[in-house]
Write a new protein. Structure first.
Length: 410
């Protein structure tokens, strides 16, 4: 594959994902994405007509996020009609998948330049609004593989890997501290733009979800979020969800429910975009490359435990790049639940000091379709801030998948 360069990365602040309460919740998701695209063009001085294609990740593609939100956002943004767009859904990996899809087209020579990213308005189109659950309501599939909600899968991983409530709470507390420090030191400023209201006033210019006053005591006081769900008789023949998960893992006696609202990812609204192209395209557009994509990969894993594939996806990307774990300076491992980065770090032998150095989704939130693009942009900004060279972004994905992308600063 020919070299693919990243010329810029930009995101909205992450607003609270509650209807009528978050700073972005009054805005249609098409408009949030349209502002993101226009902010990218304005900041880079981009000739919009040079963009060949735009791919956007979005998980819950119904109602206001239905149709093709990528194309509709381009129209809403007033971009040239010739610029095309398509929307992808790889669950929580959608934003990174959208980037990788555009990068693959560029690397293969099918297009010269494009944008990948994602959007999710969780306040206006909540999780589960499509009514499909994780298995598409396929009763025949459920007879073969009964996929439980992800929180139960996360607790199952913690149980089997021996991560305790204290372990996941300690990780959550540290990610809150890191996010608070990053915000205080304005580490997100380069990649962040203020979203506006129709009258030009600022709707939101800061991330709303971080809780810098979090303590070990406040985390410890929270009740397990998925214990009651796990005890619900929703499986085959009235079996509980915990029992259905343990049917696949009979060597585990019971699930220890350790995840809470404080050590799981936050529900937020947001969008992000990454501008990519060949080196020649960038020169025509008057752009200076900031990084190049070294490798990208996906991997599958057992679909009941579901969230263990970031490690094999990352290893596959490293192998394709001819790199080792130690060659990666910065890791962005999505904090869907605290156990996900903990398990990934253990499997790959990654030093915690290189992982999510500016906090992650537990503190900052996880706008499903946009998160992968946000992670890549955050990694790029931090590489430049610190003078480091390489970063890897990876996410767990529903149904037992993982995705990873490696970038190198130029």
């Amino acid at each position: 594959m020919a070299d693919v360069y990243i010329f810029d990365a930009l995101r909205t602040p992450r607003g609270r994902g509650k209807a009528g309460k978050g700073g972005l919740s009054h805005l249609h998701p098409q408009e949030i994405l349209a502002q993101t695209l226009n902010a990218m063009a304005a900041r880079t001085g981009l000739d919009k007509g040079l963009v060949d294609d735009v791919s956007m990740g979005c998980v819950t593609q119904v109602k206001e996020q239905g149709a093709c939100i990528a194309r509709n956002a381009l129209i809403a943004a007033g971009w040239p009609e010739e610029v095309t767009g398509f929307t992808v859904n790889r669950f929580c990996g959608s934003g990174l998948e959208a980037i990788n899809s555009i990068a693959a087209k560029i690397g293969a020579g099918f297009i010269d330049g494009g944008i990948g990213g994602g959007v999710e308005s969780m306040s206006r189109v909540p999780i589960g609004a499509d009514g499909a659950m994780i298995d598409g309501l396929n009763e025949k599939l459920r007879q073969r593989v009964f996929m439980v909600p992800q929180g139960i899968s996360a607790d199952l991983i913690a149980t089997r890997e021996g991560f305790t409530r204290a372990d996941v709470d300690a990780f959550a507390l540290e990610t809150q501290r890191r996010a608070a420090r990053a915000i205080e030191e304005k580490r997100f400023e380069r990649g962040l733009f203020a979203v506006k209201n129709d009258d030009g006033s600022v709707a939101l210019d800061r991330d709303e979800h971080p809780r810098p006053d979090t303590t070990a005591e406040s985390l410890g006081a929270l009740q397990p979020a998925f214990a009651q769900m796990g005890a619900a008789p929703m499986g085959r023949g009235g079996a509980t969800l915990d029992a259905m998960a343990l049917e696949r893992y009979p060597d585990t006696a019971a699930i220890d429910h350790v995840h809470t609202a404080g050590n799981s990812s936050g529900i937020v609204d947001g969008a992000a975009a990454v501008l990519m192209g060949s080196k020649e395209w960038g020169a025509r557009a008057g752009l200076t490359p900031r990084a190049r994509i070294r490798a990208m990969a996906t991997a599958g894993a057992e679909p009941v435990i579901m969230l263990t594939a970031p490690a094999p996806a990352s290893q596959k990307a490293l192998d394709r790049a001819g790199m080792k774990v130690a060659d990666i300076d910065l890791w962005e491992i999505n904090e869907a639940f605290a156990v996900v980065p903990l398990e990934t770090m253990r499997k790959l032998g990654i030093d915690r000091d290189r992982v999510n150095v500016n906090g992650g989704a537990i503190a900052l939130g996880h706008p499903l379709g946009a998160t992968g693009a946000i992670l890549l942009g955050t990694a790029l900004d931090e590489l430049e801030r610190t003078g480091k060279a390489t970063a890897l972004a990876t996410l767990c994905i529903g149904g037992g998948m993982g995705i990873a992308t490696i970038i190198e600063r130029v």
